[in-house]
Design a protein around this ligand. Structure first.
Ligand code: PMP
Length: 444
């Protein structure tokens, strides 16, 4: 299993999720769970939408598969056209992939290839943020800034540079709010601007727990990239398709990148698909003579995935799920903010239906947990308690301990109340045990 300590299941049952409907899933024992993580930030429209199955069946009957290598087919063309209509600026060129990491790989390769064609072949390096997750294939892993995921696979693809993220929780109040944006310029200047191809940033950084940018961050980064001729890539594998209340996360923060990478919610994960969306200016050099973007993936733009993506976007539009998120995000956030009375709740942050709670040992000093304490808290206590009470969310320790919530975009007050009714007693139980953590971790 992916990213799973298999040993945990030597003497325990593997949870087997067998069925889904709306925001809920059921395991093979018939137990119901509220999926407040949309199965890894994917199932934006919720489970059980038969329209997507119908679209897939129709497409299989008409044309099950045809390659995008030197050919096209109607669904990929229609989907690319529709995506181009939804994106801001001149982001009109779509290169389909099978998932997120492939989109990130393709973006780095396209950036390198683009600069080579423009006679700037020395621009190969990329900049991304510490703790950010951008995928696990070798190029994407190099861009990923999570040391624990990188170590085993060193040496990685050379040329990735990591800069500070926008975690503001422990920042001094008097710090320049845009210091982390300026750190990107420092890194570009240090590396040599003529050697830097692209900056990869998520609109809201997932790993570490929903780090939102300060006001003006992306505008400053855009200026910096323009000043140094560096491309800005918005990695929206999570933050697109309504997650932040807009079709694309960059629209939420009001910036226009040179490329967007997306996946997950593009089909609400009913079938696998990803995409790299590039500005016309990036695609332009490839339109003439023998010039080629020498990159491809067999299943890129699979007709069944394209048909399902169209049906998914139909639902997002007809049900106006972006407006639904914008209308309800305050109620979602208020519910989480209401948990701040618990001693263990240090911070609540995020945007749209993408929120995190940071857990702390001491609220006054913002002291975090030691590694063994975090291990006990997240993996022994919280994950088990939440799951056994029927709530799926993410208890994550890639940075400081956080609980992340990203429910399907269809949920409203009823589900917020349900989340609260489980989170509150479980976090109260965790708060009650803070004083005993030393003995609990020793006994574990
Ligand atoms: N980029 C970001 C921002 C992601 O969140 C993810 C996956 N969580 C990826 C890339 C990689 O996507 P995939 O797992 O589909 O390869």
């Amino acid at each position: 299993m992916h990213f799973t300590r298999m040993g945990s299941y030597e003497h325990a049952e593997i949870p087997i999720i067998a069925r889904g409907d709306g925001a809920y899933v059921w395991d093979t024992n018939g137990k119901r769970y509220l999926d407040a993580l949309s199965s890894l930030f994917c199932v934006n429209i919720g489970y059980g939408r038969t329209e997507l199955g119908e679209a897939a069946a129709k497409q299989i009957e008409e044309l099950a598969f045809y390659t995008n290598w030197s050919y096209a087919h109607p669904r990929a063309i229609e989907l690319a056209t529709r995506i181009a209509e939804l994106t801001p600026g001149n982001l009109n060129r779509v290169f389909f992939t099978s998932g997120g990491a492939e989109a990130v790989e393709a973006a780095w390769k396209l950036a390198k290839s683009y600069f080579k064609m423009r006679g700037e072949g020395q621009r190969t390096k990329v900049i991304s943020r510490k703790l950010a997750y951008h995928g696990t294939t070798m190029g994407a892993l190099s861009i990923t800034g999570v040391p624990a995921l990188r170590e085993t696979f060193e040496p990685l693809t050379p040329g990735a540079i990591h800069v500070p993220n926008t975690n503001a929780y422990r920042q001094p109040d008097d710090i320049d709010p845009l210091w982390a944006a300026d750190a990107i310029e420092e890194a570009i200047e240090f590396a040599g601007p003529e050697t830097v191809a692209a900056v990869f940033l998520e609109p809201v950084q997932n790993s570490g727990g929903c780090f939102v940018p300060p006001d003006g961050y992306f505008q400053r980064v855009r200026e910096i990239c323009d000043r140094h001729g560096v491309l800005l890539v918005s990695d929206e594998v999570i933050c697109s398709w309504g997650r932040l209340g807009e079709m694309f996360g960059c629209q939420h923060f009001g910036y226009v990148p040179d490329m967007i990478t997306t996946a997950k919610g593009i089909t609400s994960a009913y079938v696998p698909m990803g995409a790299l969306i590039a500005g016309d200016h990036i695609a332009e050099p490839f339109q003439h003579g023998v010039n080629t973007f020498a990159h491809g993936i067999t299943f890129g733009g699979h007709p069944v995935a394209a048909a399902v993506a169209m049906a998914n976007i139909d639902i997002l539009e007809h049900e106006d799920l972006c407006s639904h998120v914008r209308t309800n995000e305050a109620a979602f956030r208020d519910m989480l903010e209401g948990l701040r009375d618990l001693p263990i709740v240090g911070d609540v942050r995020g945007a749209g239906y993408f929120q995190a709670i940071e857990l702390v040992k001491d609220k006054e000093t913002k002291e975090t947990f030691t590694a063994p304490e975090a291990e006990w808290l997240l993996r022994r206590y919280l994950s088990n308690e939440l799951f056994s009470r029927g709530l799926i969310c993410r208890a994550d320790d890639r940075g400081d301990p956080v609980i992340q919530l990203a429910p399907p975009l269809i949920v409203g007050r009823e589900q917020f109340d349900e989340i609260e009714s489980i989170l509150r007693p479980v976090l109260t139980g965790a708060s009650d045990r803070i004083g005993d953590l030393a003995s609990l971790t020793a006994a574990a």
